[in-house]
Ligand binder design. Structure first.
Ligand code: C2O
Ligand code: CU
Length: 474
């Protein structure tokens, strides 16, 4: 077993810098050009054993963090120096279809593809990852699990104006759960057909790291990049001799998939499933000189627990904040007006996600059953009903191109969490037996886009379909 809990520092992925910038001759705006290479680094996970072989970006896993500003377009050249083909999806971007990472749009070894990203949405935490589907002989589950994932932060002036913790105090925390072989190498999920919950919890690629923080507010951008594990997180102060066990500490959720919520939501715990992003503000000024542990809850949803899967990482809080800067512990009471689509009643699309005869299906079909698997032709706007067909699985459902409002959840937990309802999302977690209704808000263009389960094993086994948006003037 892994016994080096809280022995290694939290890695912070480097910031990706553009290679050059130029002016868009049509709009007069700025275009940034980036180059990033898919290549296989190794990582010494178990001290004294063999290193694990990964496939990351620029030699990092998670890959470097992009930081872009709204209104600045980006062209990103993904150069594939790995041994398998891949397709890149910028999750959370309303990219035009040719640059959205269609599962069969493969870039082979030794080749590259230039992706165009408009960066014209409101500020948010996006992430880039492989999207190649298994049936063409490439394994998405392996790619993202072996490290092909990175964070892409989009800023806008409204959000920057709030004075939220920024720079070194705005930290991505990419969660993942993996499994290793006894020689220290990474266990391959290639033959898994249901789920791989993983017994080793990583943050930014390091199992159970520690992070030294100042006694002040921090923003943490959580992303669950796990292949199959969901988390139910809480913070706990380490108890001192003679004290009773710690209680759950309060924090604020300020953002979700499409970043800022309408207003900060106080909570003591947070559900996060695969591909979901939540941004939280934690005020460490209350715990000067103490240790705070980020914990996971045992025994919820469908996930399998192991010895240390109830622990995530440790924060070591210093005695005083360094430097100047705003260390105040207040937050604005309103952050954003959420652009809800016009209220609609009735259900426009209904999809059931279930396992039938050992196959992962959406309304009874798999991705390769039908050419391009187009199951819906929505006009912009619409209500989607998403149903977990049972069997004891979680299905976090991601709809490309749209932001949606989570309107209703029945069965299972039965409630929409306040932090889920207060913003716009692009992934919604269907816990075992749950049924969720979402109201979708479409990007302003047409095209064929995917929607799917983000348990990478289900997705890879074709729990994925497409919709063809075509706008008809109302
Ligand atoms: Cu994060 Cu279709 O993917
Ligand atoms: Cu699933």
């Amino acid at each position: 077993a892994y016994t080096w809990l809280y022995q290694f520092p939290l890695p912070i992925p480097p910031i990706k810098k553009p290679k050059w910038t130029t002016t868009n001759p049509v709009t007069g705006g700025t275009i940034e050009y980036y180059e990033i290479t898919i290549l296989p680094p190794t990582q010494q996970v178990y001290p004294g054993k063999s290193p694990a072989k990964l496939v990351g970006y620029d030699g990092f896993s998670p890959g470097p963090t992009f930081k872009v500003n709204k209104g600045t377009e980006a062209v990103v050249r993904f150069i594939n120096n790995s041994t398998t083909a891949s397709s890149i999806h910028l999750h959370g971007s309303y990219s035009r279809a040719p640059w959205d990472g269609w599962a069969e749009d493969l870039t082979g070894p030794g080749r590259y593809k230039d992706y165009y990203y408009p960066n014209h949405q409101a500020a948010r935490t996006l992430w880039y990852h492989d999207h190649a589907v298994d049936h063409v002989g490439n394994m998405l589950r392996e790619h993202a699990y072996f490290g092909q994932a990175g964070v892409y932060v989009l800023h806008d002036p409204d959000e920057l104006g709030w004075g939220l913790p920024s720079g070194d105090y705005d930290v991505p925390l990419v969660l993942s759960a993996k499994q290793y072989n006894s020689d220290g190498t990474l266990f391959s999920p290639a033959s898994e057909t249901t789920s791989l919950y993983g017994d080793v919890i990583h943050v930014n690629g390091q199992p159970w790291p520690y992070f030294k923080v100042e006694p002040r507010q921090y923003c943490f951008r959580f992303l669950d990049a796990s292949i199959s594990r969901s988390f139910f997180l809480f913070f706990e102060r380490d108890e001192k001799p003679g004290e009773k066990p710690g209680e759950k500490l309060e924090f604020n959720v300020i953002g979700s998939d499409a970043r800022l919520l309408g207003s900060p939501q106080k909570t003591k715990d947070l559900y996060i499933s695969m591909a979901e992003r939540y941004e939280v503000v934690v005020d460490f000024s209350r715990w000067k000189g103490e240790n705070v542990t980020l914990r996971n809850t045992r025994g919820f949803a469908a996930d399998k627990d192991f010895l240390h899967t109830d622990k995530v990482m440790k924060f070591i809080v210093g005695d005083k904040p360094s430097g100047s800067g705003d260390t105040s512990s207040s937050l604005p009471s309103r952050l954003r007006t959420i652009p809800y689509p016009p209220d609609k009643s009735g259900i426009d699309h209904s999809f059931k996600f279930e396992r039938i005869n050992g196959k992962w299906k959406i309304n009874g079909v798999s991705f390769s059953d039908v050419k391009n698997c187009v199951l819906a032709k929505p006009q912009r706007g619409g209500v989607w009903e998403l149903i977990n067909g049972g069997g004891g699985w979680s299905h976090p459902i991601h709809i490309h191109l749209v932001d949606f409002k989570v309107v209703k959840r029945v069965n299972g937990r039965g409630v929409v969490q306040p932090y889920e309802a207060a913003g716009l999302k692009d992934v919604v977690w269907l816990g075992p037996n749950e049924q969720v209704t979402v109201e979708a808000y479409y990007a302003p263009w047409d095209g064929v886009y995917m929607f799917h389960c983000h348990n990478l094993i289900h997705e890879d086994h074709e729990m994925m379909a497409a919709f063809n948006v075509s706008y008809l003037a109302l």
